[in-house]
Design a protein around this ligand. Structure first.
Ligand SMILES: [Zn+2]
Length: 69
């Protein structure tokens, strides 16, 4: 079988291992070549600087003590 789609497989360089990575919808880990590379990169990124300011209370939420009905 031959596909008539004129979208050739695009290969990019994996940011993690510098290997060839298929940049296509079937590669769910793009631009990484594999799940492992993606996890490694995300782990480093998260531990380096990315911090989620977790706020237990939503300041934009409804005030307490107000009956809903
Ligand atoms: Zn890789």
């Amino acid at each position: 079988m031959s596909s008539e789609r004129d979208t050739p497989a695009l290969t990019v360089t994996c940011p993690q291992c510098r290997g060839p990575s298929l940049y296509a919808p079937e590669n769910r880990y793009r631009p990484f070549c594999s799940e492992r590379c993606k996890q490694v990169d995300l782990g480093a990124w998260a531990s380096e600087e990315f911090r989620v300011p977790s706020s237990p209370t939503d300041p934009t939420g409804p005030p307490e003590g107000v009956p809903l009905n």
